[in-house]
Design a protein around this ligand. Sequence first.
Ligand code: UDP
Length: 328
Amino acid sequence: MRCLITGGAGFIGSHLAEELLRAGHAVTVVDDLSTGSLENIEPLRSEVRFRCVIDTVLNRHLMAELVNWADVVFHLAAVVGVRLVVEDPARAIETNVRTLEIVLELAAPKRKKVIFTSTSEVYGKTSRVPFREDDDLVLGAPWRSRWGYACSKALGEFLALAYWREYGVPVVIARLFNTVGPRQTDRYGMVIPTFVRQALRGEPITVYGDGQQTRSFCWVGDTVRALMALAEHPGAVGQIFNVGSDEEVRIADVAYQVKALSGSASPIVFIPYDRAYGDGFEDMRRRVPDLTKIRTLIGYRPTTRLEEILWRVLLHHRRFEVDRSLAL
Ligand code: UDP
């Protein structure tokens, strides 16, 4: 297959590019490097089946060429991280909606397959755990800017499904739950790289709120494998799938685990949400996917438990910290 990955120099996109190449496909990555980095794709640049275009998905003329070349488009380009979304909600909403619109419009004439990466954020504050794909979405009030991101991704889902129903564009929607692994930066506030960096530098490990909120962390290799299998399975078209791990963990326990595994002397401190994200921030208490649908279709099961994920991320960051201290 000829695969186009928007946001392909990002954390998940670069892992996807690597796996697609390994499986024998040709890969073109388009990325504006707003949150992605050339470093992520550096090892791929010598591959003959790999091409990287540094530009924005909003460049319609360029995208027309790239979508025309591709058999399948993995649309990963989006604003990432709760911190960026809260600090610059206008850009988050506009980027997410406009880029998908462009991809779908360009995919429509030749009915190119589009894999749209949505998010577990769309479930919002629902207390019905685990989350199933046909559940109602329970979002907060619009003045709480966090929900704009969920809303923009939910709108994307509606739009993608509309293109499937009205124009026959084969779309697949993957709702990604918290994905973790090497190359995920702590720059945008994601919890595991943040805790790991804090632990390795001996800085306080910052747990927001009471730390009793839960998440289910998924190994990036599992996420990528699921995206590839969904792209290849004809039965996935026109459907929404949870992609993640169902090992639920409290954020405070993640902090204790990171501290123990790293042997760090960092104190664990609890910081009120308002201080972390500004006034009126709202978090979700629990987030766990029901994986029945994706397991039934493609036999997907998460392979890596949280402790192993933390080990691998610690190892990755340790190498990075050593390079950093050598450079200083
Ligand atoms: N979090 C935390 N300390 C941090 C960063 C995040 O306690 O330094 C919490 C955050 O409030 C949330 C969870 O960890 O409850 C996951 O946050 P992240 O931003 O990684 O992803 P989210 O699931 O919120 O999109």
